[in-house]
Design a protein around this ligand. Structure first.
Ligand code: ADP
Length: 733
């Protein structure tokens, strides 16, 4: 509204001014005096106004062409509408102009045609002839009057002048002597005492004997008078009579004369009049035309503005901007309805989009939540589509199958089977239930491959409601290798405990019986028999000792869980055990590097002593096979992530582990020694796990073995700085 007012009002004002100016000009054209006075200023004002209008329209056209070239929205429609408006207004205006000019010129010409000219001249002649006749009549009556006065003396004349004047209807009668001096007079107005003096030329004419008759404008009011002067030759005086003219004759004569003069004047101005009218008409035409063009621009813009808005809005919507709201036009016509409908439509689309985005976000949040849950699951989860292609697999699935399943997303299971022997076994086991779309099945899958034996518990179900068609298959599997192993260990423990109990009981009586036999019969027998008895009882006692040892080891392994933990320094336990070995006369060279002095762990001292003892014993036995046996015991503090651990590393320069032993080293009854029980390292592992620690073994480069135990550090109180975990322990040997 504001824009409309701001743009259109000055133009409307300009149009009004030009219109007023043209109107005044048309009035001035009809008035001779005003024409000369006002015509030129009005003409200049009108032309200036029209020029301003022309500039304005030129500017508008320029702008329109520019936007047309730039393909601004709505410019084409505006141009088309302007052209249509202009053509529509140009045709009638031009026709009206042409015929108006024709009529005007013909009208002006018809004013001055020959007949009218003649009539005017005739009318003038007629009025003049009428006046002449009137004058002649007055001359004649004056001459009669003079002849009537022939016998009267001059003195008598003076007396009878009044009567004569009344009789002949003169307004004044006066007598002049031969010198031209007034002798007697009579006037219709008694207050006038001096006669109207004739001109010297009249007097001269009369003196020469020619009577004078003429019109005298010096009469009363605006009326003409007929002045007659005649000479009395006998008596030598002059008689002057003034007659009032007949008012009608005077008026008519004057009117005719005036009309004739005006006609002549107009006839003289005919050409300029024609060009003035033509100019005025042309200006009016130009005004109408320019007004029409400007009105075309104005109305085209107002009409096109909502359409342009809609076009821009549609473009914005096409680009995905649904928040676009168009300004509603002031006038509630069909275009206004269209704009309102457009706004309504975009509002609804935006609402639908927001709803869709919200539900999409919800779905994504649920999906993310599901992914987090799946990611945190320790069970492997795999989803297959209806064609048996892998759709998703969680992290646990990657870890359990030990393969990057992302590489196989969208691929059939057969591709996965080609990856390794273990995966082939896995796929072959699950293929059948998937193909048959078996519901809620579970199966144990045993996989053998490079990484050893692995047992998986697989479960699966089709991804569909009972009555619906299947859209895929969900597979869940757990690695139960450790569980099975733990169960087996527990079973072993139970067996060992019972066995130890059953075997241990008869051993002491056997040993005692053998010793009694020996004691009672050794001295009574012949030396030959005594030798046999001695050897036999010695063997029995020795074997019983060995069996006791074995049974003790059994009971250690099978001992029920339960430890008496307390904070203690690893260094002190290690030193204690090593002191025992040193005092017992150790054959090997012993290198000790206790870096983790002061580092404390929470442990059962008896169990920890047993661990250190087992590890050192194994190292001593292994190193004994070397010509220059050497063992090294190192403690230090290492970091693993945010965890600090105390490490005990026992190294030797023995033969190391063969591959077969290494893979089952910590299992019970794995031994390469003749008298070995194969329980030492199994017990070490058990104790390590009971103390939240762990143990592993590795071959040293070249020869020799490292067995490493790590337990959580209780308080990080160190006397020396710890070395990094990866530092080679081999440096000690
Ligand atoms: P045992 O000592 O009774 O055999 P262990 O469990 O202590 O039982 O050891 C199991 C086996 O591990 C041993 O028989 C031996 O072959 C191997 N072993 C243990 N420690 C070492 C070592 N330091 N160097 C080489 N082999 C070792």
């Amino acid at each position: 509204m504001k824009r409309w007012r701001g743009g259109a009002l000055p133009v409307f004002g300009l149009l009004g001014l030009v219109l007023v100016s043209l109107h005044l000009m048309s009035g001035a054209v009809q008035n001779k005096e005003e024409l000369s006075r006002l015509f030129m200023p009005l003409l200049v004002a009108s032309m200036l106004g029209l020029f301003a209008l022309l500039v304005l329209i030129g500017f508008n056209i320029g702008q329109l062409l520019l936007s047309y070239r730039r393909r601004v929205a709505g410019s084409r429609l505006t141009l088309r509408m302007v052209v249509v408006f202009v053509v529509l207004s140009l045709a009638p205006v031009t026709i009206v102009y042409y015929y108006s000019q024709q009529f005007l010129l013909q009208g002006i010409e018809s004013w001055f045609d020959v007949k009218l000219d003649r009539a005017m001249e005739d009318a003038l002649g007629l009025s003049r002839a009428s006046l002449d006749l009137h004058k002649k009549e007055r001359l004649k009556s004056t001459q009669i009057l003079l002849s009537d006065l022939t016998d009267t003396s001059i003195a008598g004349l003076s007396l009878s002048l009044g009567d004569m004047r009344e009789r002949f209807g003169a307004s004044e009668l006066s007598l002049f002597d031969s010198a031209g001096a007034a002798v007697a007079m009579s006037n219709v107005d008694p207050t006038i005492l001096v006669p109207s003096q004739p001109d010297a030329s009249i007097l001269q004419q009369v003196r020469e004997g020619n009577d004078f008759v003429g019109l005298d404008p010096r009469g009363e009011g605006s009326q003409l008078e007929v002045r007659v002067m005649v000479k009395d030759v006998q008596r030598g005086f002059y008689l002057q009579a003034l007659y009032p003219t007949s008012s009608s004759i005077a008026d008519l004569t004057e009117t005719v004369q005036g009309a004739y003069n005006y006609y002549k004047e107009m006839a003289f101005l005919r050409t300029s009049l024609k060009s003035t009218f033509t100019l005025a008409l042309a200006l009016v035409l130009l005004f109408s035309l320019l007004s029409a063009i400007w009105a075309a621009f104005f109305s085209a813009r107002r009409l096109v503005a909502p359409i342009t808005d809609i076009a821009e809005g549609t473009r914005a919507v096409a680009k995905g901007n649904y928040d676009m709201q168009l300004p509603l036009p002031r006038i509630r016509d069909e275009l206004g309805f269209l704009v309102a409908s457009f706004n309504d439509m975009t509002r609804r689309v935006a609402q639908a989009r927001d709803d869709a985005t919200a539900s999409q976000r919800l779905v994504e949040a649920q999906r993310a939540y599901l992914e987090i849950v799946l990611g945190r699951l320790s069970s492997g989860v795999m989803a297959l589509d209806a064609e048996g292609r892998i759709q998703t697999a969680n992290k646990a699935a990657h870890d359990i199958l030990n393969v990057d399943l992302d590489r196989f997303l969208g691929m059939p299971l057969d591709n996965l089977a080609e990856e390794s022997v273990q995966l082939k076994q896995f796929v072959e086991t699950i293929r059948e239930p998937i193909a048959r779309e078996m519901r809620d099945w579970r199966e144990e899958v045993k996989l053998f491959g490079g990484q050893g034996r692995q047992v998986l518990l697989c479960r699966g179900t089709p991804l569909a409601q009972p009555e619906d068609e299947s859209v895929g298959y969900a597979l869940v599997f757990d690695d139960i290798t450790t569980l099975i192993k733990a169960q087996r260990d527990a079973a072993w423990g139970e067996v060992a405990r019972r066995l130890a109990h059953e075997i241990k009981n008869p051993l002491t009586p056997i040993q005692l019986s053998a010793e009694r036999l020996r004691h009672k019969y050794l001295n009574k027998m012949s030396s030959e028999d005594a030798k046999v008895l001695d050897r036999a009882t010695h063997t029995i006692v020795q074997q019983v000792e060995a069996m006791k040892e074995m049974v003790n080891a059994f009971s250690d392994y099978a001992r029920p869980p339960g430890i008496n933990s307390q904070p203690l320094e690893m260094e002190s336990i290690v030193s204690e055990v090593l002191d025992l070995y040193s005092s017992a006369g150790l054959q090997s060279e012993l290198r000790v590097d206790l870096e983790a002095a002061g580092a404390r762990v929470k442990a059962d001292p008896v169990r920890l002593r047993q661990v250190v003892h087992n590890l050192v014993k194994n190292a001593v036995e292994a190193a004994a096979e070397n010509a220059a046996p050497c063992i090294a015991v190192i403690t230090r503090v290492v970091s693993e992530g945010e965890c600090k651990l105390v490490e005990l590393r026992v190294s030797d320069n023995g033969p190391g582990f063969d591959d077969d032993t290494l893979s089952h080293l910590f299992e019970p009854y794995v031994t390469t020694k003749k008298k070995g029980t194969g329980l030492g390292l199994a017990i070490v592992k058990k104790i390590a796990e009971e103390h939240d620690g762990f143990v592993w073994a590795e071959n040293r480069p070249g020869s020799g073995a490292d067995v490493v135990l790590r337990l959580p550090l209780l308080h990080p109180q160190l006397k020396k700085t710890a070395r990094p975990a990866t530092a080679g322990a081999g440096e000690a040997i």
